[in-house]
Write a protein that binds this ligand. Structure first.
Ligand SMILES: [Zn+2]
Length: 113
């Protein structure tokens, strides 16, 4: 039985130790045991406008008209966005919107479907 934790990214159980780091052979994720130990507190939780927890791959709708810088286009309220990807930045949702292409949104302007 292995004492090593599963990969926090892909849940692989084939974690191995490489010096001070844990390494996942399946997705190449590397992390430190210290970070893993406190991950419950440190992990960023992404919430939509209603306080629902968002996860990669979720489908959300836009809750207000969002003007696009530069192009002059507007993403209309109610636009459905499939397969979001959460990122650690000011605009914390990476996604693709039909008719607009790749886009970054703020989680406070969407609602989970
Ligand atoms: Zn992994």
């Amino acid at each position: 039985m292995s004492a090593l934790p599963a990969c926090p990214k892909c849940q692989s159980e084939y974690t191995y130790e490489d010096g001070a780091l844990y390494v996942c052979p399946e997705c190449a994720h590397e992390w430190s045991p210290q970070a893993a130990a406190s991950s419950d507190e440190a992990a960023k939780v992404y919430r939509d406008s209603a306080g629902n927890v968002l996860q990669d791959g979720d489908t959300v709708t836009v809750i207000k008209d969002l003007k696009l810088k530069g192009s002059g286009g507007v993403i209309k309220m109610g636009t459905k966005v499939k397969g979001i990807r959460l990122v650690d930045s000011d605009h914390d949702i990476d996604c693709k919107i039909d008719g607009f292409g790749p886009m970054s949104l703020k989680s406070e302007f969407v609602k989970k479907v």
